[in-house]
Design a protein around this ligand. Structure first.
Ligand code: AMP
Ligand code: MG
Length: 287
């Protein structure tokens, strides 16, 4: 079955209604074996494209992963990037901000971690948390230096959306391609995954009380995501809503989107001029 990134893309101007977007679709693979083969082929392709990206050293790629707890962000990153040379790829996870980070504007901590040309940078959570978890818990704005009026008001979210789209437009015109994935999980599937984190001892470390507390705000999160996806998906830096109830299927869709995005960069190995070629042949004789 063919994966079409367009099926999952949020087009600019779309008003996202997450209830209308599936968390589960007919899998693109027929069996576990078929899944493994498909993913392996994509991983090989991705690794070759990244070698080319590294060699051409013209552009950076930033992949942003967002989603509720247990949506499968870590696993998707691990599986999809498994074949890429670690030298060409950097992963950063953004958790509760530190005191130092809170003393700066909300884009500061991620800006320092942007990928350099020729690399793929991955953000496991990102500056988007500042219009998601912080929107669900606006009191967090106080620690970011905002007044009570700002905390009570609603203007700040549109301002932040603008900061984000401005940043991404700036990155795009300076050679960084930004692609964003929202792993769309159902509340029921999250329940199953939390149960597994409690029932399976080797998964206990992943479980925290705070996770259960956040689950109570599920509907608020969905509304925050809808506003965010609607406001920040652009032609150049699109959001993709990935059905995430089936982890394998999600990984195949994600890797296909990344492969096609890299192919779109139309990269080539640096050309060798006739002069340089002559030089090389001369040097060769000295060996
Ligand atoms: P995890 O990814 O499961 O390790 O959890 C990280 C936690 O950090 C999540 O609950 C995020 O919502 C939270 N987090 C990330 N960025 C921020 C932020 N800017 N402000 C508050 N909480 C955040
Ligand atoms: Mg967690």
């Amino acid at each position: 079955m063919k994966i079409d990134p367009n099926d999952h893309r949020v087009h600019p101007g779309n008003k996202v209604d997450l209830a209308q977007r599936p968390t589960k679709i007919v899998p693109v693979y027929d069996s576990k074996k078929a899944y493994k083969k498909m993913l392996e082929a994509q991983v090989v392709e991705l690794s070759e494209l990244q070698r080319l990206n590294y060699a051409s050293n013209r552009q950076a790629v930033l992949l942003i992963f967002q989603g509720m707890d247990t949506a499968g962000k870590d696993g998707a990153i691990r599986h999809v990037m498994s074949g890429v040379n670690p030298q060409g790829c950097q992963v950063f996870s953004f958790k509760q901000p530190s005191v130092e980070e809170l003393e700066h504007d909300f884009l500061w901590r991620t800006t320092k971690r942007l990928p350099e040309r020729g690399r793929i940078g991955i953000f496991n959570r990102s500056y988007y948390e500042d219009v998601l978890v912080v929107r669900v818990h606006p009191e967090l704005l106080r620690a970011q230096g905002f007044s009570d009026d700002a905390v009570a008001g609603s203007a700040i979210w549109d301002e932040r959306f603008k900061s984000i789209t401005d940043l991404e437009a700036h990155l795009h015109s300076n050679g960084t391609r930004v692609i964003k994935f929202f792993l769309h999980l159902s509340k029921e599937e999250q329940r199953e995954r939390f149960l597994a984190r409690i029932d399976e001892p080797e998964k206990n470390w992943k479980f925290s009380l705070a996770d259960i507390q956040e689950r109570r705000h599920w509907d608020d999160y969905m509304r925050a995501y809808e506003a965010c996806l609607s406001a920040t998906s652009t032609e150049e830096s699109p959001w993709y809503v990935i059905p995430a109830d089936d982890k394998k299927n999600a990984r195949l869709i994600i890797s296909q989107i990344i492969v096609e995005a890299l192919q779109d960069l139309k990269m080539s190995y640096p050309k060798v001029s006739a002069v340089r070629r002559k030089e090389l042949l001369k040097l060769r004789k000295q060996l």
